[in-house]
Design a protein around this ligand. Sequence first.
Ligand SMILES: NC(=O)c1ccc[n+]([C@@H]2O[C@H](COP(=O)([O-])OP(=O)(O)OC[C@H]3O[C@@H](n4cnc5c(N)ncnc54)[C@H](O)[C@@H]3O)[C@@H](O)[C@H]2O)c1
Length: 369
Amino acid sequence: MTATLTRMDQRTSTEPDTDGSPGVFAGSARLTDRPHEQVVHMADAETGLRAIIAIHSTTLGPALGGTRFYPFPTEAAALDDALRLSLGMTYKSAVAGADLGGGKAVIIGDPAAVKTEALLGAYGRFVEALGGRYITAADVGTDASDLDVIGRHTDHVVGCTAGVGGSGDSSYLTALGVYESMRAGARHVWGADGPGGLTVGVEGVGKVGSELVRMLVDAGADVVVTDVNAAAVGAVLERFPGVRAADGLGGERIDVYAPCALGGTLTPGGVDGLDARLVCGSSNNQLSDACVDTLLATRGITWVPDYLANAGGLIQVAGERAGDDGALVESRVRAIGGRAAQILDRARAEGTTPGHAADKVAEERIDGA
Ligand SMILES: NC(=O)c1ccc[n+]([C@@H]2O[C@H](COP(=O)([O-])OP(=O)(O)OC[C@H]3O[C@@H](n4cnc5c(N)ncnc54)[C@H](O)[C@@H]3O)[C@@H](O)[C@H]2O)c1
């Protein structure tokens, strides 16, 4: 195998590029304020693997985060995603109370075209070479069976299938954490006991979104779904005849918006036209820009921060590492609702946004460690 392992952490994020431009590590204030510990790139000519592992922080424990296998248009786009997602994982672990840091990996390429056992094996050796500073899991474009292959080459993997001792797919517990957060949000906004009687728009009915729809239907919510994949919508409508489908949620009168597709769907322009009073979903990095947090609050829309609501999968794999039983792990995921309530209350009491209040909770834990 011809592989290059390149450490790129020699330059601090505040240092400009030689041409005076801010540089890739200064893409946002948060990236500058909380620089990454280590970012590593690997290119393996033999298997075609091109991957980046970003270790944002190991202050609370080894950096855990999924491997995203995606046809990024450029290496810069892949790096940007890895940097932002790994930073988000640091905050997610901190708020979830896990003894884990934040990391994320990206493999550049279309998984449907280039994913092979040999490539995943090379990637597993790449993870192993970091000696446990980074622990991988599944993300967009990878699943538990891919982790089984990766796990033949490294010990630092979680979320493999039950057949090899892993805790498997995390979509149920992720959806449960989102659902409990939504209950907390409904109490905060309407004084309601849950989403029953509310109209909830779910954008993206893949693994997590479809589980969330089931929980919402059981709770008596009126559910409208949208997805670019007609088959995913069809499967949900077949399971739940009372659910409606829409071509996007823009024209829909909804009380709650649940983004469960890709990140960046809360944009300054989009917030202006948003009818909902509560936003709570599973996708990572929902805000296209940090200022959207304030725009939402100004419009009287309560946002349950993404990394707070969608920590169920992280709590699952943290429990797998600790050898905890399923009932205990599920009770920890349900506790996300209580944490969401505390953070929404703190934001209200301090006259700040939920995003800012959640960041403070995370930073207090990290800085106090
Ligand atoms: N699976 C987990 O445990 C987990 C944990 C934390 C966060 N998340 C995040 O939650 C989100 C959903 O995860 P998933 O595992 O269900 O993924 P998934 O790929 O199974 O589902 C995503 C769905 O979104 C749809 N979609 C894509 N673009 C869309 C668009 N523009 N409009 C409407 N629908 C669109 C897709 O067709 C797909 O059906 C992702 O952002 C993921 O990163 C997932």
